[in-house]
Every structure is written in structure tokens, then in C-alpha cells.
Design a protein around this ligand. Sequence first.
Ligand code: HEC
Ligand code: HEC
Length: 364
Amino acid sequence: MQNKEEKEKQVLLKIIKQLIGVSAVLFVGIIILGVLLIFGAPDLSSKKPVITNTDEQKSEITPAIIDTIKYWKAPDESSLAANVSKALILYGKELVAHTADYFGVQGKVSRQATNGMNCQNCHLDAGTKIFGNNYSAVAATYPKYRARSGAVEDIYKRINDCFERSLNGKALAPDSKEMRAMAAYINWLGKEVPKGEKPAGSGLKDLAFLDRAADANLGNLVYTQKCLSCHQANGQGQWNANKTAYIYPPLWGEHSYNNGAGLYRISNFAKYVKYNMPLGVNHNNTQLTDEEAWDVAAFVNSKPRPKKDIAKDWPKIEEKPFDHPFGPFADGFSETQHKFGPFKPIKSKIDALQKNKEKAKKTT
Ligand code: HEC
Ligand code: HEC
């Protein structure tokens, strides 16, 4: 009997406990309801920004490179006073941007004087893009000694270098209106740069050497995946509808730069491409790895292209750069290694020879 009573008591206790639990939950529920009624339900839509704030999310995934360097900026055209020199400067800019219209197949100034490319194809945004082979340092550093010619070059000679090599064409007369216009434009771009200085972001951005030779076969794969859609399978680029200028410039073949051009050195090509191609990238936002840039440079610069007589280039062979691919060389490395690398050993040999030369100079 005692047992039965005990059991009943326990059951009763259980029921009471459950009742207390339920009413506690109800009580809390009522309080919450009350609070909601008084202060209003939280606006669910206000949660949206958290979900759609993709900019913030992106920057968490791929932190933007925080670039604190103050780069050169082209002067503002609106600051040009309306006078003769303004007209000349703007004509110079037009010639840089649309060279083919003046010197190409149907050139207004002279026909077939070039391969049909524009200066701007390689000096992006009319020579103003940061690390896009811009002209910011030219006014401040020319005339200067250049080892390729072994002579002091002024800006006219330097512009003609690109005419004869990058545009595989004929030099202009230094006193022609077109030459004066391009020089005026380039000098105006760099007018605020102190004499002798290269501003941050000028020319091309340096690229680390690989430990191996650049590989044209690997470069072929890069080309197919990342370049072919615009520059075409045959590397000839794509003409506009009238065939007067290129929409996509050629990378090799008879309309491309010749073997004496700056881009024919694979370090220049790799630097240009790493920070500027595929079209739309820049130094803060690249697509190619360093290896891809070197390999595609090796691939493109192994293709046929016009030849220039460059026997007189680099008259002092000890001044040839590490990636000039034509001997004889003072450093003892082969033409193949000078063309594809590995460049580190060549560079250290050249530096060592240079040091010895300076030492010898001091002691005599
Ligand atoms: C196929 C590409 C290409 C084209 C087209 C081209 N250039 Fe160049 N240019 C280069 C490269 C690459 C360099 C840098 C070479 C080097 O440092 O060895 C350069 C250098 C220069 C420089 C010297 C820059 C400096 O800071 O020392 C000037 C000036 C120049 N080019 C003007 C022109 C003009 C004007 C045109 C058009 C008439 C032109 N270029 C067309 C590739 C090109
Ligand atoms: C979306 C199209 C596009 C793609 C993809 C592209 N390019 Fe270009 N490339 C251009 C255009 C357009 C220019 C000329 C830029 C200008 O005039 O403003 C150019 C210029 C060049 C030049 C200098 C001019 C010349 O013809 O010598 C080189 C070198 C070059 N590209 C290499 C490459 C390489 C290598 C790749 C692949 C990694 C690549 N490009 C991918 C459109 C493209």
C-alpha cells in the first residue's frame, strides 16, 4: 500500500513540475510578445545589406592590394591654354593614339610607312597608363646615352627608334610637323617631372626572374587560353572593317614589330604582358602568373617576324642586356640562354664584369 501511495505522489509531483514548466514558457512568450508590440517587430529587411554587401565580402575574400605609392599622373588637358602649342600637343596625342590613320596602309600623311600598328598599342592610353609603358620619364631623362646605339639620343631619335623597329617602318624627318607634334606631346606629359628622375609607375614594372628557362611550349598553352581570342590563332590580330587599322594588333608575322624592337627582348614582353594583358588588367589587378608571363613571351618571340639589320646595335658588347638574343657576348653565355634564360647567372656575371671594370677604372 505504501508503495502505491508513494507512486501516486510521484506522478502528482511530475504533473506539477510539467505545469510549472509550461506556464514559465507561456510567461516568457507573453513578455516577448508584449515587448514586440511595444517596440515593434525587428525589420527583417534591414538584414538585407548584410547579405548583399558583396563589395565587403569580396574584399574579405581577395583583399585589394593597398597601394600607398603616389603614382605619376598625366597633366590635365584642360590646363592647356588655347594657343599654337596646344594644337601641336593635341595633334601629337592623336598621332600616338591613331598612328595607323596617318602612317598606315591608307595613311593621311604617308602610306605604308609603318606596319599599321599604333604607338598606343604598346604605350597604352596614349602613353599615360601606370606601368603601361607610359612616357612619364621621357622629358626628364632625354637626351641620354643609350647602349643600343652607343650614342646620346634625343627624343626625336628615340621616337624614330620605335618607328623603325616597333612599327617596322621608316624614320620621320626630325623637323616634320608630325615629329614635332609627338615630341611636344611627350614633353608636355612629363613636364612636371624633375630633370633626371623617373616618376613612380613609369615605363614597365619589374618582374622577378624565373629559376628556369622560359618555356615556349608552356607559353603556347597560355596563348591558346588567354590571348588567342583577340590576337587570333595565327597571331595576326584583327583589322577593322576597312582594314585601315587594327582592333587587335598582331603579335607576330609580317605586320608585327621586328627583331630589333624593345618587345623582342623577352623581359620587356613579359613585363608588358604581366601588368597589361589580357586587355583590361593593370598592375594592381593581374591575371597571369610570373611563369605564364615569361612563358608566353618565349612563345610569341619564337615566332617569325620582320628582320632589321641590327649589326650596328650594341657597339660595346659588354653593354648588351642579359636578354639580348644575338651574340657575340662578353659574358660567355649562349644565344639560347640569352633568349630564354635562366637569366640569374647571366645577370650576376654581367654585374661582376661591370664591377671589375669600375675597379680597373679607379686604379688607373
Ligand atoms: C610594338 C610595341 C611598340 C610600339 C608600337 C611603339 N613602341 Fe615605343 N617602346 C616600346 C617599348 C617596349 C619601349 C621600351 C624599350 C626599352 O626600354 O628597351 C619603348 C620605348 C619608347 C620611348 C622611350 C621611353 C623611355 O621612357 O625611355 C619612346 C619615346 C617611344 N617608345 C615612343 C614611341 C612612339 C612615338 C611610337 C609610335 C610612333 C612607339 N613608341 C611605338 C614599344 C613600342
Ligand atoms: C580582350 C582582347 C585581348 C586579349 C584577350 C589579349 N589582348 Fe593583347 N592586346 C589587345 C589590344 C586591344 C591591344 C592594343 C591595346 C591598345 O591599343 O590600347 C593589345 C596589345 C598587346 C600587345 C602590344 C601590341 C602588339 O601587338 O605587339 C601585346 C604584346 C599583347 N597585347 C600581348 C597579349 C598576350 C600575350 C595576351 C595573352 C596573355 C593578350 N595580349 C591578350 C587585346 C587583347
